[in-house]
Design a protein around this ligand. Structure first.
Ligand code: AAT
Length: 278
C-alpha cells in the first residue's frame, strides 16, 4: 500500500493556494504574536510558516534576502548604519553584513521565538545574527523607529503580510516615522507583496510612500514559494536614485543579485507600472 502523504497548503486567497509535500514537522507552537510552524519539505528544504503563510525556505530564500538587501545597499554610496524591521530569520542581516561599509546592523523583530527557532532550524540563514556589528532587539518595529531619529542610512522593512502585528507596517504614518529615523540622504525598502495578488495594497503603499519621500521606486524579483511567485519591493529615497546612482557591486558570491539584475529589476511590465501613479 502507498504510504500516506502529508502536504502543507498555504491558502493565499479564496481561490488560490500553494502546496508543498512535507517529509516531517520539525516544530510547532503558538507564540505571543502568531502561530509558528517549521517543516521539512521535499522540494525546498526546511520551511518557516507564520500564521499559515510561507516566510522562507532553505532553497529559495536567497532571492528574497539578496534583493531586499543588496538593492538598497548598492544604491546608497556609503551605508554605515542599517536597520531591519521584522526579518527575524536573519537572512537580510546575513546579506547586509557582507557590505564592508556597514558598521552597525540592528534587527528589530517583534517575536523573539522567530529568532530563536530560526537559529535552530535555519542555521545558514541566521548565521549573521552573532556577528559583533549586529544588535538584535526584540521589539515592535514601529516603536523602534519612533525612538531613533536620524540614525540610519538604510532601513529594510522585512515584514509579514499586512495581518496581525504587521498591519501598522503598511501605513502612511509608519513611512513618516521611517523617514524621520533615516539620515538626510537615507533610503528605505519594504517588501510589498505580489502585483498579481495584491493590486490594491500595492497601489495604496505606493501612494503613501510617495507622499512622504521625494523618490519612490518599485522593483521585482521571482520567489517561487510566495503567492504567484512574482514579488514586489518598494523603495522610498531622500536623495539617491536606484538606477542612476547604482554602485559597483561590492559583494561577491551572490546567487541572484548582480548589477545588471539590480537595474533590470526596476523595469516594470505595463500591468505593474499602471499601479504606480506618476
Ligand atoms: N525574511 C523573510 C521572512 C519574513 S519574516 C517577517 C517578520 O516580521 C516575522 O518574523 C514577524 O514576526 C515580523 N514582524 C511582524 N510585525 C512586526 C512588527 N510590528 N515589528 C517587528 N517585526 C514584526 C517576511 C516574509 C514575507 C512574506 C511573504 N508572503
Amino acid at each position: 500500500m502507498k504510504k500516506a502523504e502529508t502536504w502543507f497548503t498555504e491558502y493565499q486567497s479564496e481561490n488560490l493556494s500553494i502546496g508543498l509535500r512535507i517529509n516531517k514537522s520539525l516544530h510547532s507552537e503558538v507564540t505571543e504574536f502568531q502561530t509558528l510552524d517549521i517543516m521539512e519539505t521535499e522540494q525546498y528544504g526546511n520551511l518557516l510558516v507564520l500564521d499559515g503563510c510561507v516566510m522562507t525556505t532553505d532553497k529559495d530564500e536567497f532571492v528574497y534576502h539578496e534583493m531586499i538587501s543588496h538593492v538598497p545597499l548598492h544604491t546608497h554610496p556609503n551605508p554605515k548604519r542599517v536597520l531591519v524591521i521584522g526579518g527575524g530569520d536573519g537572512g537580510a542581516i546575513r546579506e547586509i553584513i557582507k557590505h564592508p561599509s556597514v558598521e552597525k546592523a540592528v534587527l528589530a523583530e517583534i517575536d523573539g521565538r522567530v529568532i530563536e527557532t530560526s537559529k535552530e532550524y535555519f542555521p545558514q540563514i541566521a548565521s549573521g545574527l552573532s556577528d559583533p556589528r549586529v544588535d538584535v532587539q526584540v521589539t515592535d518595529g514601529i516603536q523602534y523607529v519612533k525612538d531613533h531619529n536620524g540614525e540610519f542610512d538604510v532601513i529594510l522593512v522585512d515584514s509579514t503580510d499586512p495581518i496581525g502585528p504587521a498591519v501598522g507596517l503598511f501605513a502612511r504614518d509608519f513611512y513618516q516615522l521611517v523617514s524621520e529615523a533615516l539620515t538626510e540622504d537615507g533610503l528605505f525598502v519594504a517588501q510589498t507583496e505580489s502585483p498579481f495578488a495584491n493590486r490594491e495594497l500595492i497601489r495604496q503603499v505606493n501612494a503613501d510612500i510617495k507622499s512622504v519621500f521625494p523618490q519612490t521606486h518599485m522593483y521585482l524579483a521571482f520567489i517561487p514559494t510566495y503567492p504567484t511567485g512574482m514579488w514586489s519591493f518598494t523603495m522610498g529615497s531622500k536623495k539617491y536614485h536606484p538606477v542612476n546612482d547604482v554602485q559597483a557591486q561590492r559583494v561577491t558570491g551572490t546567487k541572484y543579485y548582480t548589477t545588471d539584475v539590480h537595474k533590470a529589476a526596476f523595469a516594470l511590465p505595463p500591468f505593474v507600472e499602471e499601479l504606480i501613479q506618476k
